[in-house]
Structures are given as C-alpha cells and as structure tokens.
Design a protein around this ligand. Structure first.
Ligand SMILES: [Fe+2]
Length: 472
C-alpha cells in the first residue's frame, strides 16, 4: 500500500513537472515566474569599430553629447559633451522653436586622469530659465565641427500633468544593450525623460578599468541622451575604486562625466539629489555612499521627504541602484541594510514606486512592507501594506555580465512578477490618481507589454489596488 501511495505521488509529480514544461510560465506560492525561453549566451561587447561608437566627423568635433535636468523644476538643462583634441568652446547656443533668437550659455571644461588614461576635454554647460513645454534646439562645437541637437522641456510642475518616464538600468555596451536602447526608442509609448538606475558603461570590467570604455559608452547612448534628459543614479560599476593602481577616490570617472543638479535640492553630493518633473517628485539615492543615521545622505533624505508636496507632485518616485526587495539568488539581500534604514520612511511618506537595478533581471513586487521587526519580537516577514511602495528591479539593460537566472524558490508572496530577460520599463503618469507601468522585453515586438500594472495614487485615490494574489 505504502509503495503504491509513493508511486502515485511520484507519478503525480512527474505529471505536474510535464505540465510545467508545456506551460510557458508557472504560478508559484507568490506571484508569477515567467520561464520565457531566451538565449543563455553571454552577450559580447560591440566591437570598437561598430557604427554605434562612431566618432563624429570634423576636427575636435563634440562627442558623447548628453543632457540631464539642470535645476529643480525642469526649466534648466545641463548639456555635457567631450572634445577629444583640445578644449575648444564650452559655449552652448540654444533657441526656442518659437523665437529663433539664439541665446548662449557658457559652461566649464575639465579633464581627469585615471591610471594611464587621460580624458578628453569634458564640457558641462547649465542653461537656466527656459520656458516649460517648449522645444529647444542647441548647438555645441566650433565651425565645421558644430553639432546641433534638440530637446523638449517638461510642462510646468503640477498635479495633473501627464508625463512618461523611461526606465533602463545596468546597460553596458553589448549587442543586448543596443537592443534594449533600440526597443526603448521604438516603443510606441514615447518616454520623455529616462530614469537610469545605475551601472552605465561597465568600463571597470576591462583591465585597469579602461576608461576608453567610458568614451565609447558616451558615444553609444548619445543618440538618445542628447535629446532627452537621462536622470542619473550611481551604481557599483561607477565606484571605480582601485587603490592598488593609485585610484583611491571613488566615483572619479562618473563624477567628472555626469553632472547633476544636486545643489538645487540642497544636497551636498551629486550621488543623491532630487528633481521635480511635471507631476513627479524624483529622489535619487546612492547605494554605495554612507546612508546610516547621522550620515549626510541620511540627514538630507530625512529633510527631503518632508519637502514633498503631494498636492503639487502627487507621484513620489525613488530611484537607487541596489534593490531593497529582490528574490533572485545573485545579490540576494545586498540592499537589506538600506532597507532597514529607509523603508519605514518610504511607507510613512507613501512613496509610490522604488526603481532599482543591479540584479540583471526583472522583478515587480506587490505593495509590501517589513518594518515591524525590533530585534526581539520576531515580526520579520513582509506583509501587504497599501502605504508601501511597489518595488521594481529593472537591472536588465543587457551588459556583458549577462542575465541572472537563479531565483529563490518558492517565489515569495511579495514578488508579483519576475523574469530573467533583458528589457526596459515605461512609467506613464496619466493624472494625479493613475499611472500605468509596463515592462518590455527585448525579444518582443516594440509595442508588447510583457508585464504591466496600474498604480493608484494613494494620496489622491486611497482605494486599495486590485491585487492578483493573497499576501501572507
Ligand atoms: Fe550593479
């Protein structure tokens, strides 16, 4: 009898296993784990003579052009670029499509050395007091080498302003990176600004952190980053800490190349800062800077959260590199100490969504919190919490380290959807009460949403979101 019972159990298990193979996805204890079939090969970096890395023609022509928000409200832009041969000009000429009258702004130029590498001439020019919701053209460079681009400023800050953010993380410069960027560009839902969640070039994967790979990456992303602001977050691949070769100053290449408007939000470091854009208040944090009590980042964030006026900017978004919740095996619990420090604030201030990268895969959580633990009470399990953010890991840009596929099993109940595929995200704010979030994997058509969810703004629309699963 016992043997027959065991046989039945084993047979049933095999049957279930077979069904799982037939199905493309399996539903676990938690949410949804997609078993989408993908190429398991590590992606190679694109060859240096690829067209994506092409040096623009002309003597000392500006290259690696990129823009980011330049003030706190979206009326400013920082234009950055590199001239390879000599300093040239740090002037930006710019004009509105309405006026045609050319204005000029004067920037700064700098260089840095990293071991045996000397950078080109890196220019940063801040333009202020632009008109909202206006297309501007701008020019950098001199004479025959002048290059012209354009951008559109966001609408004035306000609670019902629709606005669409793209999301990319851990991009690198492989063929997969190019696919991710192309999918973002060709998505029929157009991102108006990009939230980049850290790990840019992966130059540190090369001998002596070969900084020429920072240059190639800058040329690769120019086709998008020169036309819409990329909001930068520093990841571990930006630390570039290598004291053995005399490079003991963390974040040196990143800080020289990617300037952000941190002073506008009273931050003392470019590694953490905030901006308002349309109906969103965006807080950028640094996973690799001190964040404990009494540290500059902690003190800044403590004050910063009090400043957010949800009547003006209903959507409160936090971006960082290392996720606070991730159910993948690789990098498991690396964000735990920051979670202990900051999660209670995210719940208290009803942060809508926290975007992170680092884990080279995709995951979206339910609204959960885990803030009841006090060392002795044993309350240390994530629970459903409508005041908590949704946590989204989008470190799936496609860098040379490849995907992480190993997941903790069973899928935790807080994990709503997870999949090890490359892709990008779109966060589409519709009005003060609703936003639509979608994730787009590179293997699909440009319009396909591989995962999506509506987010209800808890400040303006306190009714709970529909949840597809029961939370423990
Ligand atoms: Fe990372």
């Amino acid at each position: 009898m016992g043997v027959r019972w065991e046989f039945d159990v084993v047979f049933t298990l095999f049957l279930l296993l077979g069904l799982n193979i037939l199905w493309l996805a399996q539903v676990c204890e938690g949410g949804f784990t997609s078993t989408y079939v993908r190429n398991g090969q590590l992606s190679r970096d694109m060859p240096l003579d690829s067209d994506v890395f092409r040096v623009p023609p002309g003597y000392n022509a500006p290259q690696q052009v990129h823009i980011t928000q330049g003030d706190h409200v979206g009326k400013g832009v920082i234009v950055s670029w590199v001239t390879p041969d000599e300093p040239g000009s740090s002037t930006v000429l710019y004009w509105s499509e309405k006026s045609q009258l050319k204005n000029s702004a004067e920037g700064i130029v700098l260089t840095y050395k990293y071991f045996n590498y000397t950078s080109g001439y890196i220019h940063h020019c801040s333009i202020y007091d632009l008109e909202f919701d206006t297309k501007y053209y701008y020019e950098v460079g001199i004479g025959n080498s002048t290059r012209k681009f354009w951008f559109r400023t966001p609408p004035s800050v306000g609670p019902d302003v629709p606005y669409t953010f793209g999301l990319i993380g851990d991009l690198g410069q492989t063929h997969d990176s190019n696919r991710t960027l192309t999918h973002y560009e060709l998505n029929p839902v157009k991102g108006q600004a990009l939230l980049f969640v850290g790990d840019l070039s992966y130059a540190d994967a090369y001998p002596f952190h070969d900084n020429t790979r920072w240059d190639t990456w800058g040329r690769f992303v120019e086709r998008n980053a020169a036309y819409q602001p990329w909001i930068w977050t520093a990841g571990n691949h930006e630390v570039d800490f290598l004291p053995d070769i005399g490079e003991g100053k963390p974040f040196k290449p990143y800080k020289n190349r990617y300037h952000v408007p941190y002073r506008a939000s009273k931050s003392t470091s470019p590694l953490w800062y905030s901006i308002k854009r349309a109906s969103a208040y965006i807080i950028v944090l640094s996973s690799y800077s001190a964040y404990g009590i009494y540290t500059p980042q902690y003190k800044w964030l403590e004050k910063e959260l009090l400043k957010v006026n949800r009547s003006e900017t209903p959507w409160l978004i936090v971006i960082m590199h290392c996720p606070l919740y991730s159910s993948y095996v690789h990098h498991y619990m690396e964000g735990e100490s920051m979670r202990v420090m900051y999660e209670q604030w995210f719940v208290k201030y009803k942060v809508d969504v926290v975007f992170a990268g680092h884990v080279h895969a995709y995951e979206r959580s339910e609204r959960i919190s885990n803030i009841g633990y006090n060392i002795v009470n044993g309350i240390c399990t994530p629970i459903s919490d409508e005041s908590a953010p949704v946590y989204i890991t989008i470190g799936d840009g496609g860098n040379l380290e490849g995907l992480v596929t190993e997941m903790t099993e069973p899928q935790p109940s807080y994990s709503a959807y997870r999949e090890a595929s490359f892709g990008h995200g779109i966060f589409e704010i519709k009005n003060r009460s609703h936003a639509f979030y979608s994730w787009h994997r590179n293997q699909d058509g440009y319009a396909v949403e591989a995962d999506s969810t509506w987010l209800h703004n808890r400040y303006w629309n306190p009714s709970p979101e529909q949840s597809s699963i029961a939370i423990l």
